[in-house]
Design a protein around this ligand. Structure first.
Ligand code: MOS
Length: 702
């Protein structure tokens, strides 16, 4: 074998790029099942809580082109025990507004949608209970919070330490409900062949969807195949099965045709989850030198009546800074809302907004530089698990960021810089996200001419996994990129976890590295290093977390430094420039990684300034349920972003030394913007988003 330069680390162009820009990469809606496709559209509940008392599909059924109307009366029965919102059309009870109460299947999507309006539905409704507040009497402690974290952590005596502290901060921060809005709406196309189900679907991991479909329809997993080669964005909502997959499969069974169900943008606001709103009280106590003695972070958030989802909001506070006395808690209110779910960096995203804002408030109270305050509280080891870090380069990120941004000489005092009408300020916040690895199986085959086929049920949700995994395989097999043929996004492939928790490359990449090692060993041992004429195939993988996950605390880190301009007449906020520096371990593809960091940070700016799903407290619906009313940052909102990373592979994390980078970019970003806003204006907006009206509200209060 010839020696080939390593391609891991290089900014290789996306191998799926040409097909995507030519429109030849088929997304779920564009698959060709080889027969005319029927279309599904749904009738959704207009009440949050109650029961359907009358449901008459007759007028819809009579429309030309309508194939059937599914209702709780005639829909196929699903197996008991399905989670949350998956038992679609199994009863007349209504648990949230937008819940599917009937579904029309028709020859075209236009007919299906028109027929939805012809289905007559009446309800017996109760008052909706949809408003979260911290003084509700029915708040409860869940058994644990998402990703298996403990609900509370209590170390030392926080109240005593706060009472004795030289300087304290006690502030409450709020983040609103937010909705996942990938460009590609959730889409499922289902076809039955006898008792075998094929589904082309937009998701973050085909195996997850197979499990729920098999369970719901009483099938063996081998009877269900989910195919998802291309996915047009996903931030958590596509990680789990939702009503759309169940409905497409039910309808295809009933009409004995291929059926496709593509959600509308409006339906994205009720059927596929959202990020819970949070109310977070943070208390910090420090000595006069800024050394933290107490950290308290108490979170109140909502969940749905039919399913508990507890966002792990306070978990980053368990590891960011040193302090002897510590407390984190999570309490939930069960409301008449659709089930919340994960959304890019669940936990860290809202939690770091509160913690990093409070750190800024503490720096101001101490008259100390906020970077210096963070460095002064850098913990030598994980302050709650009491184990060493696998690697932690937060201080280096902050220092490098300060240099690149031009932080030195910054006036600590707020509202000291103006340029014309603009108030100008700068702010900083840290970023963090856990490093994990999941079980993943893999098969690598080589033919007699040195062409490798790598098979693994990984997902590329737009992140660049197609390219990054090919790079990892090329290096692991000591060959060139052109000799690798990668197969992902199909449940027939060796089983792997989905794209979630920033675990993709750590899991799938490690599986590829280990399987490649086995294959090369076999070629050496059995074939004297030569390729046998009829090829060899090897199965391998990883079993989940590696040996150091228990003995070490593993996290990615980062620092954001942001300039904010606020129009002193209108309250309009602009972010003209920002610097982010990341400690993400090995960076596999410099180009696609940079795009992940850009996207994550932009989503953080979006959270800081725009994103908010408003629920009507009387009628219980999300009022701004489209992209005209639910604002997200666009290119024109994002200024110059200076993205860089440290060259620090984490030798203990996994075979590749990578930490996972899909989610860290958003963490801390909103706090950096809010802190810069304070520095510009002298006003502290603690409830996101920082819309122009809040400038005048705070001025009035000041
Ligand atoms: Mo990410 S919210 O784990 O898909």
């Amino acid at each position: 074998m010839t020696t080939i330069d390593r391609v891991v680390g290089a900014g290789v162009d996306r191998i799926d790029g040409p097909a995507k820009v030519r429109g030849t990469a088929p997304y779920a809606y564009e698959q060709d099942p080889g027969e005319p496709i029927a279309h599904l559209a749904v009738v959704q509940s207009t009440v949050n809580r109650g029961r359907v008392t009358r449901l008459d599909p007759a007028r819809a059924e009579a429309m030309t082109g309508v194939l059937t109307v599914l209702t709780p009366d005639n829909a196929p029965r699903l197996a008991e025990g399905l989670a949350s919102d998956l038992p679609v059309l199994q009863s007349l009870d209504v648990a949230y507004q937008g819940q599917v109460v009937a579904a029309v299947v028709a020859e075209t999507s236009e007919i299906a949608r028109a027929a939805v309006g012809a289905v007559l539905v009446e309800y017996a409704a109760e008052e909706p209970d949809v408003v979260l507040s911290a003084d509700r009497q029915d708040l409860y402690a869940p058994e644990q919070v998402n990703a298996g974290f403990a609900t509370d952590s209590i170390i030392g005596d926080v109240d005593q330490a706060l009472g004795a502290a030289a300087v304290t901060v006690d502030a409450t921060y709020e983040t609103p409900t937010q909705h996942n809005n990938p460009i590609e709406m959730h889409t499922s196309m289902a076809r039955w062949d006898g008792d075998s189900l094929t589904m082309w679907d937009a998701n973050q991991g085909p195996h997850t969807i197979v499990n729920d479909l098999a369970k719901g329809f009483g099938l063996d997993r081998g009877q269900v195949r989910v195919i998802s080669p291309y996915v047009g964005g996903a931030f958590g909502s596509k990680a789990f099965t939702h009503p759309n997959q169940m409905l497409a499969a039910m309808a295809a069974r009933v009409v004995a045709r291929t059926v496709v169900f593509e959600l509308s943008r409006q339906q994205m606001f009720s059927l596929v989850g959202h990020r819970t709103p949070t109310i977070q009280r943070v208390r910090l106590g420090a000595d006069a030198d800024g050394r933290l003695t107490a950290i308290s972070h108490e979170v109140v958030e909502h969940t749905a009546r039919i399913m508990e989802f507890a966002e792990q909001t306070a978990t980053p506070t368990r590891l960011m800074y040193a302090a002897e006395n510590r407390r984190t808690t999570h309490r939930l209110a069960r409301l008449d809302v659709p089930p919340p779910t994960i959304m890019r960096a669940p936990g860290e995203t809202p939690g770091m907004f509160a913690l990093e804002s409070a750190m800024d408030e503490l720096a101001a109270a101490l008259g100390m530089d906020p970077i210096e305050l963070r460095i002064r509280n850098e913990p030598a080891q994980d302050p709650e698990r009491h184990v060493p870090w696998s690697s932690r380069h937060l201080v280096e990120c902050l220092r490098t960021g300060a240099e690149r941004f031009g932080w030195a000489g910054r006036d600590l005092r707020p509202r000291k810089r103006t340029e014309g009408r603009w108030l100008v300020g700068t702010g900083v916040a840290s970023a963090t996200y856990p490093t994990r690895r999941r079980r993943a199986q893999c098969r690598i085959s080589v033919d007699g001419r040195g062409r490798y086929t790598v098979e693994i049920d990984g997902s590329d949700i737009g992140t660049g996994a197609w390219t990054a995994l090919s790079q990892i395989a090329a290096d692991a097999l000591a060959t060139d990129l052109g000799s690798i043929e990668l197969h992902i996004g199909d449940s027939r492939l060796p089983r792997a976890g989905g794209a979630g928790g920033s675990t993709g490359l750590a899991s799938w990449g490690s599986a590829i590295v280990l399987t490649a090692r086995d294959l090369r060993r076999r070629l050496d041992d059995e074939y004297g290093g030569q390729l046998p004429a009829d090829g060899v195939s090897v199965d391998g993988g990883v079993e989940g977390e590696g040996p150091h996950a228990k003995t070490h605390s593993m996290h990615a880190f980062g620092a954001h430094l942001v300039e904010v301009r606020v129009d002193q007449d209108t309250g309009e906020v602009r972010v003209p420039r920002a610097t982010s520096v990341y400690d993400g371990g090995t960076i596999v593809n410099a180009k696609t990684a940079r795009s992940q960091f850009l996207g994550g940070f932009s989503m953080g700016v979006s959270m800081a300034l725009h994103e908010e799903s408003l629920i009507d407290p009387r009628l219980g619906h999300y009022v701004n349920h489209d992209l005209a009313g639910y604002h997200v940052a666009t290119n024109a909102d994002i200024g110059e972003l200076d993205i860089s990373w440290l060259d620090e592979p984490d030798e203990l994390a996994n075979e590749l030394g990578l930490k996972g980078i899909g989610e860290i970019g958003i963490t801390g970003a909103a706090a950096a913007v809010a802190n810069a806003y304070w520095h510009a204006t002298g006003l502290r907006v603690r409830d996101l988003p920082i819309t122009p009206d809040k400038y005048f509200r705070e001025l009035d209060l000041a």
